[in-house]
Design a protein around this ligand. Structure first.
Ligand code: AR6
Ligand code: MG
Length: 313
């Protein structure tokens, strides 16, 4: 390997590690605040400091499943990914899963087909944020191929979240991660927003992406939640997560702390913000004391390196 390709290798490995550990640390940071009222950055930091362990939730658990399947199959395979989701859920059903996925897994175990079981879980299928919170590894794997990324991000969504708003959230979050991973260490918020707007199809998301521009400079974070939302629905979580990452292009910690401070679906929004910010800034940007407390960090590190190697083939 030449000097420059080794440098390239280390550079992208840092971004893959930053993304997977960044999403897990964001999820864990926000977990005690899920469903809470908005809080201050200092309260979020105090909660982090007083904990001895950062335990992650279903968001990271499902992102691990996506990563494991992408590595095992060398790309997206819906049947395989469904089996991995079910196997992982059966091992650790206490991670705090949303209402829909366990019901879908049960239907599949009872004989339903993996690509039909989710269609009628809610009218029009689910638009919860559960398929966007786990989609970051798809953005990493297909970071240079938007067409296959869209197919894989929407495909992995359809296992549990078939509603067009659920699928669009999963695709846009994957694309935000890819754009961050492909950019120089510092994110370019304007360029990332423009690329997301080029690729978005659903009017609801186009409208919110447009509103992000006006929120990049606000000194009142509460405005982010009031304009974009901070709820469990993908359209109320994905634009907010992207906004928090883009508002803090130089600081992973500031981005995820702000995401948690908004309240609402705090762990999931911080998980998605952490994936984008970690992919942009690399593993070095995540506070060491958080990584030291993070559950299963060795396994997440291993997966990140294996995903990088699988994506390079
Ligand atoms: N119509 C009405 N409500 C809906 C619809 C719909 N078509 N789709 C979703 N909802 P679900 P998830 C609402 O069950 O997305 C964990 O705590 C409905 O209220 O598909 O995997 C994570 O940390 C439904 O209960 O689960 C995340 O915060 C809710 O959206 C979250 O759960 C969630 O959709 C992920 O949940
Ligand atoms: Mg959540």
């Amino acid at each position: 390997m030449t000097g420059s390709s080794r440098k390239n290798d280390d550079y992208f490995k840092s971004k893959f590690r930053g993304c997977l550990l960044g999403l897990a640390a964001g999820d864990a940071l926000g977990a005690p605040f899920e469903g809470a009222w908005p809080t201050t950055a200092s309260q979020v930091l105090a909660s982090a400091a007083e904990r001895t362990r950062f335990r992650y939730t279903d968001d990271t658990h499902m992102a691990i499943g996506v990563t494991e399947s992408l590595i095992a199959c060398g790309g997206f395979d819906g049947h395989h990914m469904t089996e991995v989701f079910i196997r992982n859920f059966d091992r650790e059903p206490w991670r705090g899963y949303g209402a829909g996925p366990p019901r879908i897994f049960q239907k599949i175990k009872a004989g339903a087909s993996w690509n039909e079981a989710a269609e009628d879980i809610y009218p029009g299928g689910s638009y919860g944020n559960g398929s966007a919170m786990r989609t970051a590894p798809v953005g990493l794997f297909y970071r240079e191929d938007v067409g296959n990324m869209a197919t894989a991000a929407r495909g992995q969504s359809k296992i549990t979240h078939t509603h067009p708003w659920g699928q669009e959230g999963a695709f846009l979050q994957a694309l935000a991660v890819a754009l961050a991973a492909n950019s120089e260490p510092l994110l370019s918020p304007g360029e990332i927003l423009a690329r997301l707007q080029e690729q978005a199809k659903e009017g609801l998301y186009l409208q919110k992406l447009d509103q992000i521009k006006n929120l990049l400079g606000t000194d009142n974070p509460a405005e982010i939640a009031s304009v974009l939302g901070h709820g469990i629905e993908a359209f109320n979580a994905v634009p907010t997560a992207i906004c928090c990452a883009l508002r803090h292009p130089h600081s992973y910690a500031d981005a995820v702390v702000e995401a948690v401070s908004l309240g609402g679906d705090a762990d999931t929004i911080a998980c998605m913000t952490g994936a984008i910010s970690g992919a942009g800034l690399g593993i070095e940007a995540i506070p060491e004391e958080w990584l030291a407390k993070l559950e299963n960090s060795d396994y997440l590190e291993k997966l990140a390196v294996e995903l990088w190697e699988a994506a390079r083939l």
